[in-house]
Design a protein around this ligand. Structure first.
Ligand code: GA4
Length: 330
């Protein structure tokens, strides 16, 4: 067995312009609003990112998972490691992916299948796997439904006849969706102050899937890149969800929706906990710009690929790489 040493602290530091202010322009979509469909489309075109309120997800269930997650991350390292190696699924600490990326984060990366989750919880807690596995599975099932609803509203907003054109990919029983619990521990060793030095929790990247549904505790640190390349800080809101457009949705909409570049900086005094559902298509699904989108004019920007091919290519890249470039038509 090869035991990897911990990356040195300076590997997590990025120096950039201090941004102490929160960006106030993040679109907030009330899912019960009569114009929600068109507002969603606008948000996906402009930012590839938005906040969802009136989402119908019981907050008690969300808080329950947050508590469970906190207790999990407080366990001794040897217990957490019983979840196995995070490649492809399991417990990871400070190393992300397989190509040398590091982040000030520990995480549990899971396939979103209820049976799989139960198995992992059984390895972690052989005497009582149910508490953790049902907290995760209940959460996923609700958040997945909300994600499907949002995808149907997006299709309607785009005027697509088949409103299930996006959501069916996640509803499919073979959907390759995954789930991640992240814990960004505080880093008191480091006086970050206003020096412009930041501790990278999760480096800049886009998500490969269709959409990602994120919920975090009230600790700041999440940033998105705007269309002009400026990074802005997203005000945390533990009662709402944030949704990212992923690369696959950018392709299906022929670039009309933007897969948002985002990153997380860790806090030096407060823990950040986040939970993300990544809605992905079945492995054999062909991803390409939708014919009904192309009918509106404009040339087709991407080659067709299967989700399996995209995933294979994506997992060979570094976090900050432009993964879609490989499939762009020249
Ligand atoms: C980014 C989105 C999801 O967290 C993830 C990540 C995955 C991993 O952590 O193993 C990847 C990253 C993510 C994209 C490029 C590759 C794969 C790390 C990495 C360097 C689970 C996913 O699907 O893609």
């Amino acid at each position: 067995m090869v035991v990897q040493s911990e990356p040195a602290l300076d590997q997590f530091i990025r120096t950039c312009k201090p941004s102490t202010q929160f960006f106030t322009g993040i679109p907030t979509i009330d899912l019960t609003h009569p114009d929600a469909n068109s507002l969603l489309v606008k948000a996906c075109e402009e930012f590839g990112f938005f906040k969802v309120i009136n989402h119908g997800i019981p907050l008690q269930m969300v808080n329950e998972l947050e508590e469970q997650a906190l207790s999990f991350f407080q366990l001794p390292q040897v217990v957490k490691e019983k979840a196995g190696n995070p490649r492809p699924f399991g417990y990871g600490n400070k190393r992300i992916g397989q190509n040398g990326d590091v982040g000030w984060v520990e995480y549990l990366l899971l396939s979103a299948s209820p049976d799989f989750i139960h198995q992992i919880c059984l390895s972690l807690f052989p005497d009582n796997p149910h508490v953790f596995s049902s907290a995760i599975n209940n959460y996923i099932s609700k958040v997945k439904k909300m994600g499907e609803q949002v995808l149907e509203m997006m299709a309607e907003g785009l005027g697509i006849e088949d409103e299930r054109v996006f959501s069916r990919l996640i509803k499919d029983e073979k959907s390759d969706s995954c789930f991640r619990l992240n814990h960004y521990p505080p880093c008191p060793e480091l006086e970050l102050e206003m020096s412009g030095r930041n501790l990278v929790g999760f480096g800049e990247h886009t998500d490969p899937q269709i959409i990602s549904v994120l919920r975090s505790n009230n600790t700041a640190g999440f940033q998105i890149s705007l269309s002009d390349g400026t990074w802005v800080s997203v005000p945390p809101d533990h009662n709402s969800f944030f949704i990212n457009v992923g690369d696959s949705l950018q392709v299906m909409t022929n670039g009309r929706f933007k897969s948002v570049k985002h990153r997380v900086f860790a806090d030096h005094t407060k823990s950040r906990i986040s939970m993300i559902f990544f809605g992905g298509p079945p492995l054999c699904e062909k991803i390409a710009p939708l014919p009904c989108i192309l009918q509106g004019g404009g040339e087709c920007l991407y080659e067709e690929f299967t989700w399996w091919e995209y995933k294979q290519a994506a997992y060979k890249t570094r976090l900050s790489d432009n993964r879609l470039g490989h499939f762009a038509k020249t």
